[in-house]
Design a protein around this ligand. Structure first.
Ligand code: TNX
Length: 480
């Protein structure tokens, strides 16, 4: 098995002579389609390190020796991420409905390439789940756009397609909001521990969204309400019962803050903030949090979430909510995100019955802020420790007893950053577990195994090292 992660659904080596990335290699886009040409340029960059010369991108009918042909067939738009790769000594052919599937194919082809050659054979692949995400908490500790771009690149290389940005919390507010400038002017500077933080200007955010889109990653911004809101209460005293702003909060406790519809300023705040976020966000989804509200009675909480979800829907976006908020009356198309293994799943099952799809982020498997092992310096351990096998060995379709697998939209890893302060610490927690989660989300259950993954990871560790990305040397892998 070549070192492809996530493992493709089908791969049959033919045993024939391999394709050699020689000096005459051309990446061919027969119909010259602009989106496919962008994929061709991306593939040229991916192959350049293994090729003899610089791979050229050409258009027109050229399938002679040395051609790597990108064919958009458009015959099956519903399976936009599905693709096939056929490799012979003379040529490589990538086929998919369009640019998205060809982008997935290019990613696979880059990983199929070893020592300047591509083994002959055929790959036929398509994702198991549509939503394959990673959530990054840029609040507890601030990570600037340059690091987030590296995260996006890493995600794209593992066929992950949703970057969920946790942008607001008790300790800070990380997205400039035109209608409420004090959110970032005041709370953009604070983070856990008190060192000076930063935030995304509207332009930074737009550039990050575009960077991600070019790599087929969708950005889903999260504005967490009604809990996790001290940064807003610290910036705008009108949101508190006394009218006085709260103090900045630089600790890591949860569940102590709330904004409430009892305050007259709250309704306008929700309307303006979600309108501004929606206007900055081309994607269909906006996450509105809803987790860990421990200071509001259940009826008030339910009413708040119902109201806030309508505010989001009124902006034209579909809300995503953490699992607690499944008790609310959510708009059609809203998604519910599971995270806590200790919580009752009854509200999620009921929401699924009402037609809401579910994203699975079970902390004991995919919270990449959990320690790898007891005694580690980095990470938390409230959900236990999570090693490579823990991140990998579970079946999303079976995870919630009684949940119809058709309602499982996908899987999302999460990196909360209470204890993570540097780029190196962040990537140490992501790798190698993120690669494992990507395979959980992409590869059919019967086409994957931890033993196989362990064999494939060393080649990836070489790429991580070349990109200066730190990783944790999980046991059972023959790391380089
Ligand atoms: C729970 S997950 C939280 C976060 C913490 C995380 C730490 C969720 C919806 N809420 O506020 O950062 O645990 O693991």
């Amino acid at each position: 098995m070549p070192a492809i992660v996530p493992a493709p659904a089908h791969h049959e080596p033919s045993g024939a002579a391999p394709f050699v990335l020689g000096p005459d290699v051309r990446i061919v886009v027969p119909d010259g389609d602009d989106a496919v040409l962008a994929v061709a340029e991306h593939l040229a960059a991916l192959l350049a390190p293994s090729a003899v010369g610089e791979p050229r991108v050409v258009t027109g009918d050229d399938d002679g020796p040395g051609a790597v042909v990108l064919r958009g067939t458009a015959r099956d738009g519903a399976r936009a991420e599905a693709y096939e790769i056929t490799v012979s000594a003379h040529r490589v052919e990538l086929a998919a409905a369009g640019a998205l599937g060809l982008f997935r194919a290019a990613t696979t082809l880059a990983q199929l390439t070893e020592g300047g050659t591509v083994a002959a054979g055929r790959v036929a692949d398509a994702p198991r789940y549509a939503w394959r995400g990673l959530s990054i908490d840029v609040v507890r500790h601030w990570f600037p756009p340059a690091v987030l771009r590296e995260v996006v690149d890493l995600m794209a290389s593992y066929k992950l397609n949703v970057l969920h940005l946790h942008l607001t919390d008790d300790q800070g507010w990380r997205l400039e909001i035109a209608s409420r400038p004090r959110l970032t002017a005041v709370s953009g500077r604070t983070q856990v521990g008190g060192e000076e933080a930063g935030f995304l200007t509207a332009q930074d955010y737009a550039e990050l969204v575009a960077y991600a889109a070019a790599r087929h990653v969708l950005v889903v911004p999260e504005i967490d309400v009604p809990g996790h809101t001290n940064a807003a209460l610290h910036a705008y005293g009108e949101l508190t019962p006394s009218g006085e702003p709260t103090d900045a909060y630089l600790g890591i406790e949860v569940g102590h803050s709330q904004i409430s519809l009892n305050e007259p300023a709250t309704a306008g705040f929700l309307r303006d903030v979600f309108a501004d976020v929606a206007a900055l966000t081309p994607g269909r989804y906006v996450h509105m949090g809803g987790d860990e509200v421990r200071t509001m009675d259940p009826a008030e909480y339910r009413e708040f979430v119902t109201e806030a979800s309508r505010v989001v829907a009124d902006t034209g976006k579909l809300p995503v909510v953490w699992q607690e908020a499944a008790v609310a009356d959510l708009p059609d198309g809203a998604l519910v995100q599971l995270w806590d293994p200790g919580m009752s799943t009854a509200p999620i099952l009921a929401a699924a019955e009402r037609g809401h799809d579910v994203i699975l982020s079970p902390a004991k498997h995919v919270y990449l802020d959990m320690k790898y092992a007891r005694g580690d310096r980095l990470g938390l351990d409230w959900a236990g420790t999570v090693e490579l096998d823990g991140a990998y060995d579970w079946d999303p379709d079976d995870y919630v007893p009684g949940l119809d697998p058709a309602r499982v939209r996908g899987v999302e890893a999460a990196a909360w950053t209470e204890t993570l302060t540097t780029r190196e610490e962040l990537f140490t927690m992501l790798l190698p577990r993120l690669a494992a989660v990507a395979e959980v989300a992409w590869t059919p259950q019967e086409a994957r195994s931890i033993d196989s993954l362990r064999m494939r990871l060393p080649a990836h560790a070489e790429r991580w090292a070349a990109a200066d990305l730190a990783y944790h040397a999980s046991p059972g892998v023959d790391w380089p």
